[in-house]
Design a protein around this ligand. Structure first.
Ligand SMILES: C[S@@+](CC[C@H](N)C(=O)[O-])C[C@H]1O[C@@H](n2cnc3c(N)ncnc32)[C@H](O)[C@@H]1O
Length: 178
């Protein structure tokens, strides 16, 4: 199953248009919360719109995804920026404890990783998490395992302080500080 999913993402990125990937509006709206320096991670980054945003902000940015084609494209787009794109299975190799000042996760959901994400923040660090929520109604994944239940994200990181939460009929986004 994991290999099937990985092949699915590889073929998506191989066919993807070469338009510049964009950052989440939720991330850019809260850019004033970002530290001026430090280490950032875009986990399951895809084409890396959020990683590029963090690196342009001046953060030493890691971008991890297991789709080689996405990582290769991001590495090209990141020329001259403090961004290291790495082909990595984030479930097999989650971030180490207290290793990042900012972590962004967008449109990726693997619930057993939640405690490791909280622990991977340095004291004072920020976690941005946005993904699909509620029953499928035409957007995002159809598999309910990859969709948050309503209200689930707000309770997902009890070890962190919740700063912002936005939830509508099909997306939820949150910002926490350790
Ligand atoms: C819906 S895309 C989201 C990409 C990006 N975060 C965005 O919002 O545009 C999900 C991404 O998760 C990646 N992914 C899924 N499982 C993964 C795993 N175990 N390790 C690394 N990347 C994974 C896929 O390759 C894909 O790029």
């Amino acid at each position: 199953m994991t290999d099937d999913r990985r092949a699915h993402w590889e073929s998506c990125y191989a066919e993807a248009a070469s338009t510049a990937p964009e950052a989440l509006p939720f991330l850019s709206a809260h850019a004033h919360e970002l530290p001026a320096s430090g280490r950032a991670l875009d986990l399951a980054c895809g084409r890396g719109g959020n990683a590029l945003f963090l690196a342009r902000h001046g953060l030493q940015t890691a971008a991890w995804d297991y789709a080689e084609s996405a990582i290769a494209g991001l590495a090209r787009a990141a020329t001259g920026l403090p961004l290291q794109a790495e082909c990595r299975d984030v479930i097999a190799q989650p971030p180490a404890p207290e290793s990042f000042d900012v972590i962004v996760v967008a449109h990726f959901l693997h619930r057993p990783l939640f405690p490791a994400l909280a622990a991977a923040l340095r004291p004072g660090g920020l976690l941005f998490y946005e993904t699909w929520c509620g029953p499928y109604a035409g957007r995002g994944p159809q598999n309910p395992a990859f969709r948050l239940a309503p209200g689930e994200l707000a309770a997902a990181f009890p070890a962190l302080s919740l700063l912002q939460m936005q939830e509508d009929t099909d997306r939820a986004a949150g910002l926490w500080r350790r």
